[in-house]
Design a protein around this ligand. Structure first.
Ligand code: FRU
Length: 489
């Protein structure tokens, strides 16, 4: 089916309840539906938005185009949770019902101001000539609906193009001010981050650009975020238009961070090199929030723009990643699965193994949605493989090469592959020899936390349901390891 512009920009008001119900029923029966990840009831999910913990409740929203697996009219779909593990679906709370967001309520964030929940996002407006005008909008969340929308930046400021979006706001108690970082494209078509400040959350002043060493690093920076962990200033952003460098920057668009120290008065960040947040295939547009216990929690979109996914034909696409807790170890950002996810654990199976060149299938550990913890006690091999979601003709293969200290995720035999992706494997060089893996497998995804959060590799996979085995093999020597598997629900 060819999606015309008119079809893409229909709102939920433009369709009958029969049409949307038919769509939801079709998606409900579609293959590769996840079991414990946030996924859309129909249509396309993209960026996580408006993450906030307030009054004992987490709010998670995502960019949602309800009517099919294409980027069209965007809503914010709303979920709440008291543990960030079990969610209650609220529905499309931020709707494109205003001049400002006439062509989509684009990405943004949430903050509590005077005990009220404020949502701050980009209204995507298009003129009759199809020129884009981005508005930075503030609205108040009240009983799961939005009350009055007010724009605090109308159109791009001088020096920037129409690509000016994704405000992330926070309050700085030392300065007693509110701040917003906004993703931007300069008129010379390079990406950057623009900073705003406000004392009353009503009037906002542009402070200028966040100064980094990356003066010309891609043509647009989407979804910025800025926060401090234990004295380290960290800036997240998604640069578009970065060329591949060996094993780095393999995906169509990148998502990464700079870590260092921010001089607030001059808005200058002195920082280390840009590092990717995830070394897998499907990760983009993450956002962070402060959780119940003061921890910094990140959720990403497990997908990328401009890639064709096998679920598109069934009129749904994508999911969110599991929440990750952030910390800093040796000046490096560490990402670990959010602790409360342990509530998902069902039956436990344990094995101690000596892995040899004879492939060993663990008959006690089959499954399609589980958590697997691997602890390596002694590694005498040159390379060893862990095959997951395996059957006679399919496998998702992890390979560790001890000599080069590189870990590879190979999805060439994972089943149906997305289209428009560079290659079928991703490799990352670890800082330390491989010691532990914590792997979350769902019907159509794998998220792998390496060495206690030193690296993460995330991928969508589209295997058969019957590809459910785990097999281990080593080359050049044996590997002794302990494995624990939990079925997840
Ligand atoms: C990132 C992004 C954002 C934008 C949103 C629109 O994936 O392109 O920059 O606000 O998606 O859905």
């Amino acid at each position: 089916m060819e999606w015309t512009r008119e079809m893409k920009y229909r709102t939920l008001e433009d369709v009958t309840s029969e049409e949307i119900n038919r769509l939801i029923n079709k998606v409900d029966k579609a293959p590769w539906r996840q079991t414990y990840h946030i996924q859309p009831i129909s249509g396309l999910l993209n960026d996580p938005n408006g993450l906030v913990y307030h009054d004992g409740l987490y709010h998670v929203f995502y960019q949602w185009h309800p009517l099919g697996a294409v980027h069209g009219m965007k809503y914010w779909y709303h979920l709440t949770s008291n543990d960030l593990v079990h969610f209650k679906a609220i529905g499309p709370t931020v709707k494109p019902n205003h001049h400002y967001d006439s062509h989509g309520a684009y990405s943004g964030s949430a903050i509590v101001v005077d005990n009220e929940l404020k949502l701050v996002y980009t209204g995507n407006h298009r003129t009759k000539q199809w020129e884009r005008i981005p508005y930075q909008v503030i609205t108040t969340l009240n009983n799961n609906t939005t009350a009055d929308k007010r724009a605090f930046v109308e159109g791009p400021p001088a020096g920037y193009t129409e690509h000016f979006r994704d405000p992330k706001v926070w309050y700085d108690s030392n300065r007693n001010k509110y701040y917003a970082v906004i993703g931007a494209q300069r008129v010379n078509e390079t990406g950057t981050i623009v900073v705003y400040e406000s004392t009353d959350f009503k009037d906002w002043q542009m402070m200028g650009e966040l100064k980094t060493d990356y003066k010309s690093f891609g043509y647009m920076w989407e979804c910025p975020d800025l926060f401090n962990i234990d004295g380290h200033d960290i800036v997240l952003f998604c640069p578009q238009g970065i060329d591949r460098e060996g094993n780095r920057y393999r995906n169509i668009y990148q998502s990464g961070y700079l870590i260092g120290s921010l001089d607030f008065d001059s808005m200058t960040l002195s920082h280390d090199e840009f590092e990717e947040l995830d070394h897998g295939f499907d990760f983009y547009a993450p956002q962070t929030m402060i959780g119940e216990h003061g921890e910094r929690i990140l959720i990403g979109w497990m997908g990328l723009p401009d890639i064709e996914y096998p679920t598109d034909v069934d009129e749904w696409a994508h999911c969110l990643t599991m929440p990750r807790t952030l910390s800093v170890r040796d000046d490096q950002l560490i990402q670990q699965p959010f602790k409360a996810l342990q509530q998902l654990r069902q039956s436990e199976t344990k094995q101690s193994l000596n892995v040899t060149s004879n492939p060993k299938t663990i008959n006690e550990m089959t499954g399609t949605h589980y958590e697997l913890i691997v602890k390596i006690n002694d590694n005498q091999s040159n390379t060893f493989h862990i095959d997951l979601r395996q059957s006679e003709d399919e496998r998702t293969r992890l390979t560790y090469d001890a000599t080069s200290q590189q870990l590879t995720l190979d999805r060439s035999k994972s089943g149906v592959l997305p289209n428009g992706v560079d290659g079928t494997s991703r490799t990352t060089k670890l800082t330390n020899p491989l010691g532990t893996l914590q792997i979350f497998v769902d019907t159509s995804s794998i998220e792998m936390f390496i060495n206690d959060g030193e690296r993460v590799m995330t991928a969508r996979i589209f295997p058969k349901d019957s590809s459910d085995q785990i097999t281990l093999t080593s080359e050049g020597g044996d590997v002794s390891l302990d494995m624990t598997k939990y079925d997840l629900k």
